[in-house]
Design a protein around this ligand. Structure first.
Ligand SMILES: N[C@@H](CCC(=O)N[C@@H](CS)C(=O)NCC(=O)O)C(=O)O
Length: 207
């Protein structure tokens, strides 16, 4: 059977895994196209906005991870229950984008992909963004009646935050103790019935 959706991203979770989880949650027929770093410079010429991820369907190439996530979340009922909740979900995701951008350096230096003094990068760029964002996320989750970011239940913001948190915990294991609600949230997300099987079988990722 031919796939309706093709998601193009690197072999990592980072900015692509939330879209994968949304497609799986939605029960879609889709193709998980992982672009290797060796083929990227050639591939980039035809990628909209010259970045990954993008989602291809019906002759359309939709770029930008959050545009993709919102599009799929609306389709599968994971955008938030009403306009206000959707705006709150967007706010969580947007704060997470700050976090993602500012934490990538520590991730790269930790894995040796980028040169640098790991402890210096941790103190000067990673810790300030961790404190600003994870403090907020932890408090919201602590107060949430659903255990997810939105009071009504699971949304795409849960996929975005939890999937990058996996990488954060690899490079800074003390985060689990400092932000216990974020740590419990990861298990809660991974136990969502629609994605549980995929999560158990997907194996490890380099980032
Ligand atoms: N704002 C974009 C950022 C995408 C982005 O930075 N993608 C990275 C991978 S996470 C990429 O394509 N890197 C390859 C390059 O810049 O050449 C989004 O959220 O989709």
């Amino acid at each position: 059977m031919s796939s309706k959706f093709v998601l193009y991203y690197f072999n990592g979770r980072a900015a692509g895994e939330a879209a994968r989880l949304l497609l799986i949650y939605g029960g879609e027929t889709w193709e998980d196209h992982r672009v290797s770093f060796a083929e990227w410079s050639e591939f980039k010429k035809n990628a909209p906005f010259e970045k990954l991820p993008y989602l291809e369907f019906d002759g359309i190439k939709l770029p930008e991870s959050y545009a993709i996530n919102r599009y799929l979340a609306k389709k599968y009922g994971l955008a938030g229950k009403d306009d206000l909740e959707q705006a709150r979900v967007d706010a969580i995701a947007d704060l997470h984008k700050d976090f993602f951008m500012d934490s990538r350096e520590f991730s790269r230096v930790s894995s040796g992909k980028q040169a640098g003094d790991k402890e210096k990068v941790r103190q000067e760029s990673f810790e300030p963004i961790v404190k600003r964002c994870y403090g907020v996320f932890n408090d919201i989750l602590k107060k949430s009646p659903s255990g997810f970011f939105a009071d009504s239940g699971l949304t795409w913001a849960d996929f975005v935050v939890s999937q990058w948190y996996i990488r954060m915990k690899e490079i800074a294991p003390d985060l689990a103790e400092r932000y216990p609600e974020i740590d419990k949230h990861l298990d809660r997300v991974h136990n969502v019935p629609q994605i549980k099987d995929y999560v158990a079988k997907r194996g490890s990722f380099p980032f």
